[in-house]
Design a protein around this ligand. Structure first.
Ligand code: ZN
Length: 684
């Protein structure tokens, strides 16, 4: 821990700017707070809307993050009104929130943090509260109270665990007033509060106490193996990644009820050492370190006791068994503690497998990142607490009431409804341009995570970056894939499984369009067309079906075929014949996979001139074959369909979305033309 306060930077800042400065210093250190945790405040005189002097508490608003906090995120609360309720016997969370809303100096400010009254009742001007790892480790063990005293001294107060709310605020206020010489306060199993006449003073004390805790822990930990040594060594990096990719869909299938989850994989050194340790099976099941962490990680991870992570069938079974046991344990925990609230999703957020590492789950990859970031800190906290004495945390009822806390549940109800392809992953081949790119972008728009596959790695990366820029990091990944190469296709699917955890939708779209009359056609041209337009689809579909079956959640495979299958044209033999094989492959796959809930359908677009396949040469060739002047070719294609419509890549993307989504849940083996209506190409 380092004191980052710079007199030069803080000099001359007006009070709220000092508060912002302090908050960001705390927020920037993930050993103090992660993902929106902690809060800060300052009491000061302000002018109200009529120019009157009013004493105001500026406190971090709900929903903001200390590391990026701005002036507008601090809610103004009239101190006189806040203090008026301190003598109340009790207030429910709902009463407190309603009351505080009336104390705000501006209704346009965000709602104050749930710890607002705690800040208000503390007599000092500046207050800082964090969930510092070292402090949490110090109090989350079997001799927490003594350890806090030994490390921080008598001048630091201790308040036994109580869920944040009115009573805790009152207790803190009274304790600090009764001990005017105290410099800080530890909320057991929760975090640290310090205060001062200035932000600088509150911050200095915060860092100084955290440093004392760190030094105490380092001393205890020196020379001992806190997790009891190695039980399972990690597999070599290459093998680990290979197994992780193969097993991720099994894992995803096992933890995706009732809702699909995205899985984020991590095999950092810290994680590998922890999951492979003697103690991991035991200490990982004790509980989350703070009430704040429970909201993101649930109380305990799913620990898979892998006998031999290198043996996939055995590991798959162990995963299914452990996931089932975790769910049963969660149901029992819910039944033992339930109130009138409905059950939250019974899905682990953190999954630990010795030899392989950690997966975290979420409705999207961004959400899956949060438990990963928190659990890395949890590993440190558990290790340090074990070094002091045994890791011990919140009681089950306290953990339950943190997880099922009404105010937090209320926040969930404010989330916007999920999009049609939310929680789904899609792999699209030939996605660097034209139809494939339009499909990938359309799917991303509807909430899917997409793998952009094409032959050139840079092109894939560029499309993925554009999607991530628009929809947020992690939503797309570029994967170079030559669909004619068996190994490349396998590697591509493995990369997808590592990135997202599994697969829901595949659009097999990559294609080429060689032309030429049969008598002039080189064997090489014929074979190249079959390699891409038939074998390529086979290789992609084979990997897709394997992965979808391993996952056991159904799936949708969409083939981009062509109207040529029904209405072949001259000079297009190599193309049409290979495409006919693709269409037949799609039908066979529909027949073979219906029992697994895997749907297989075909799109039949007519000439989409934005498609990469439509090179100027191809256009010239096709115009010649049809006996149409080149400059009139596009227009004549449009005029030849019943709707006289110009068919675009976006039109094909809409049709692909229909097959990918649940809207076509009862359709498989079907062909959907996107051609403006061509009677010779009607499917029959
Ligand atoms: Zn807190």
């Amino acid at each position: 821990m380092q004191n980052l306060w710079s007199e030069i930077e803080a000099q001359g800042l007006e009070p709220i700017a000092q508060l912002t400065y302090m908050s960001r210093l705390i927020g920037a250190d993930t050993n103090l707070v992660v993902w929106g945790g902690g809060n800060t405040s300052l009491k000061l005189w302000e002018k109200d809307f009529r120019g009157r002097d009013v004493y105001v508490l500026r406190v971090k608003g709900s929903g903001s993050d200390l590391k990026t906090i701005e002036r507008k995120h601090f809610t103004g609360i009239r101190m006189e009104d806040a203090l008026a309720v301190e003598s109340n016997e009790d207030m429910s969370d709902e009463e407190m929130v309603a009351y505080l809303a009336l104390c705000q100096t501006a209704h346009t400010d965000p709602r104050g943090s749930i710890e607002t009254l705690l800040h208000a009742f503390l007599p000092a001007k500046a207050v800082a509260h964090s969930h510092a790892d070292a402090i949490v480790a110090l109090c989350n063990n079997t001799r927490g109270a003594e350890a806090v005293r030994e490390a921080l001294g008598e001048s630091v107060l201790q308040i036994p665990y109580r869920r944040p709310g009115f009573l805790l605020s009152k207790e803190v206020g009274a304790a600090v007033r009764a001990n005017p010489d105290a410099t800080g306060l530890v909320l057991m199993n929760h975090g640290l509060i310090t205060w001062g006449e200035t932000c600088n003073e509150a911050y200095d004390r915060h860092i100084a106490l955290t440093e004392l805790a760190e030094a105490y822990l380092a001393n205890r930990r020196a020379g001992i193996s806190v997790f009891g040594g190695v039980k399972a060594s990690p597999l070599t990096e290459a093998r680990r990644r290979e197994v992780a990719a193969a097993i991720a869909p099994v894992l995803r299938g096992a933890v995706s009820a009732p809702k699909r989850m995205l899985l984020r994989y991590e095999d950092s050194e810290t994680v590998l050492e922890y999951v492979g340790s003697e103690a991991a099976a035991r200490v990982s099941q004790i509980g989350a370190a703070t009430p704040d962490h429970i909201l993101s990680t649930k109380t305990v991870p799913l620990f898979v006791p892998a006998t031999n992570p290198d043996e996939l069938p055995l590991l798959s079974q162990e995963i299914r068994d452990a996931a089932q046991a975790w769910r049963e344990r969660y149901f029992a925990y819910f039944e033992r503690n339930r109130t009138d609230q409905p059950m939250l999703d019974p899905t682990p957020r953190v999954i630990l497998i010795p030899g392989l590492g950690m997966w975290t789950t979420g409705k999207d990859l961004k959400a899956a990142q949060i438990p990963a970031d928190i659990y890395r800190h949890t590993i440190q906290i558990i290790g340090n607490a074990e070094a002091v004495s045994g890791y011990k945390t919140l009681s089950e009822p306290d953990a339950f009431s943190a997880e099922y806390w009404g105010l937090e549940l209320y926040k969930l109800t404010l989330a916007p409804p999920e999009k049609e392809l939310a929680r789904r992953t899609a792999l699209v081949t030939g996605a660097a341009n034209g139809i494939g790119r339009a499909i990938a972008e359309r799917f991303a728009e509807e909430g899917a995570h997409v793998a952009i596959c094409d032959i050139d790695a840079d092109d894939c990366r560029a499309v993925a970056e554009a999607i991530n820029k628009k929809h947020g990091a992690g939503r797309a990944v570029g994967i170079a894939m030559d669909v004619t190469q068996e190994a490349a296709v396998r590697r591509g699917f493995a990369a997808l499984a590592l990135a997202f955890g599994g697969l829901d939708i595949v659009v097999s779209n990559a294609g080429i369009a060689p032309t030429g009359r049969v008598e002039d056609l080189a064997l090489e041209t014929w074979e190249r067309s079959f390699a891409v337009n038939a074998t390529g689809h086979f290789l992609v579909a084979r990997e897709a079906v394997k992965m979808l079956r391993a996952q056991g959640m159904g799936g949708s495979v969409v083939f981009n075929v062509t109207k040529n299958v029904f209405a072949p044209g001259a000079d297009f033999g190599a193309y049409s014949c290979a495409k006919a094989a693709e269409a037949q492959l799609a039908r066979i796959l529909a027949i073979e996979n219906g029992a697994y809930g895997i749907r297989v359908n075909m799109l039949n677009p007519d000439a989409i001139f934005e498609a990469g396949l439509w090179t100027p040469e191809l256009k010239a060739e096709r115009a010649r074959a049809k006996g149409i002047p080149l400059e009139k070719f596009e227009e004549s294609i449009q005029q030849s369909n019943l709707l006289k419509a110009k068919v675009t890549a976006m039109d094909v993307a809409e049709a692909a979305l229909f097959f990918a989504s649940e809207r076509s849940a009862k359709t498989t083996g079907a062909v959907l033309p996107i051609d403006g209506g061509l009677r010779e190409a009607f499917p029959r």
